[in-house]
Design a protein around this ligand. Structure first.
Ligand SMILES: *Cc1c(COP(=O)(O)O)cnc(C)c1O
Length: 401
């Protein structure tokens, strides 16, 4: 007896349904407009576009192509496997990856010409041991205060010397020096930038030369012009979400790229005093219609937003009634009309007053980055934008950019 049921027992392929029950619309034109705006803002500095974490939940491969179309010069992902996925998809632009496991496949990374962020000597040794015929470009990272990756000031001179030796031996190409800011305060970031320049000076005194220097992500890229250096590693701003607490994306002329929606799965009429969802945190005040929405925390809807979040249904805003569960939540629409299949907007661009991802961040006490990055795989991505295939987001042959 086989434990693997035949395929048809899984039912129809729901990702192919005409109107998926859970959907993230990704607005490619908006994304490209954001990238162009950010490019113009920081020019003559260049733009490296971060498509890590599945393109902040938007889909890594389509966002990578769109970023390059919009003039980004290079792409940033977390690690070598993600960089190799971009290469497998045909991306030939520079791809930068900086988080490496001791068992990371440096040989594949070198063969695929991936730019590597380097924080420790063992990483240089591992690249040399991998013995690729291509000497990958390395970007040496100095820790300027964030206390994550990067060499401390104490370890920096040894890392620089090791990189120069590896470069001379032909196992790496010493290319850049970089760091990452803590966004703690303008004063803290100014201290970190000064530490960065000091580290670069130390390296130069040791005889190192760097083709590129980079430190800024979205926040410093927008508000700290002196940190733009050779290029800015933009992430969240390109997806239309502000990196700041005191300004929305709209304030910055950025447009939200993702719209999250779902279709009402069922509707029922209930009497007054009816408890709703786990713990009965909500009870109906009157005879009411309850609409069930098939999105929950497994899809990235934060349970912590229970009691605060609102959504839009048929042009009207409603609070989510009671607990957000793993797979679903409920809206109490009172006597308003609602039918199964109606569209519920969880977040969008905010033009009709519906919540944005930034609003959801405040419902859940987090940042918009976390809201979009956690949207799960049950949510079907649909890409809108002239020339983009609706299912894959890829550029359709026949269109010229
Ligand atoms: C995520 C990340 C970025 C992009 O940051 P945003 O704040 O999203 O612009 C840039 N550099 C590094 C090292 C990162 O981890």
């Amino acid at each position: 007896m086989s434990l693997n049921p035949p395929d048809e027992e899984f039912g129809p392929d729901r990702t192919k349904a005409a109107t998926p029950e859970r959907m993230a619309h990704i607005d490619m034109d908006m994304f490209k407009a954001n990238v162009v705006m950010l490019r113009e803002l920081v020019a003559p500095a260049g733009v490296m576009l971060a498509v890590k974490a599945n393109g902040y939940g938007h889909g890594m491969i389509p966002m990578a192509w769109a970023a390059l179309q919009a003039g980004a010069e290079s792409l940033a992902v977390l690690d070598i496997p993600a960089a190799l996925e971009l290469r497998a998809a045909g991306v030939t632009a520079p791809v930068f990856a900086w988080m490496h496991d001791p068992d990371a496949d440096f040989s594949a990374a070198a063969d695929a010409d991936i730019d590597l962020g380097i924080s420790a000597i063992w990483q240089l040794d591992a690249i040399a041991a991998a013995g690729s015929r291509i000497a990958p470009r390395v970007h040496l990272k100095i820790d300027t205060g964030l206390s994550r990756n990067g060499a401390t000031a104490a370890d920096w001179p040894d890392l620089v010397r090791a990189a120069m030796a590896a470069d001379a031996a032909g196992s790496v190409t010493l290319y850049a020096a970089w760091s990452h800011l803590a966004d703690a305060s303008p004063a803290d970031d100014a201290v970190a930038l000064a530490k960065f320049h000091e580290a670069v000076d130390v390296a130069k005194a040791l005889g190192a030369t760097f083709s590129k220097l980079h430190i800024a992500a979205s926040s410093a890229g927008i508000r700290m012009p002196e940190a733009r250096l050779d290029f800015v590693r933009f992430g969240i701003a390109a997806y239309g979400i502000s990196p700041f607490d005191d300004a929305t994306g709209r304030d910055l002329d950025l447009g939200p790229v993702m719209t999250l929606s779902a279709r009402v799965a069922s509707v029922k009429r209930v009497p007054p005093g009816q408890g709703v969802s786990y713990g009965y945190l909500h009870r109906t005040e009157q005879e009411s219609s309850l609409a069930l929405v098939p999105l929950g925390y497994a899809d990235g809807i934060p349970r912590f937003a229970t009691g605060k979040a609102r959504v839009m249904l048929n042009g009207k805003q409603y609070p989510i009634a009671g607990r957000i569960a793993m797979d679903q939540f409920v809206i109490d629409v009172g006597d308003d009309p609602v039918s199964p299949g109606d569209h519920v907007i969880i977040f969008s661009q905010g033009w009709l007053g519906e919540p944005t991802a930034e609003d959801w961040a405040s419902f859940a006490g987090t940042i918009g980055d976390e809201i979009v990055a956690r949207i799960g795989h049950r949510v079907v991505r649909r890409y809108i934008g002239v020339g983009h295939d609706i299912d894959t987001g890829l550029w359709e042959p026949g269109y010229n950019c």
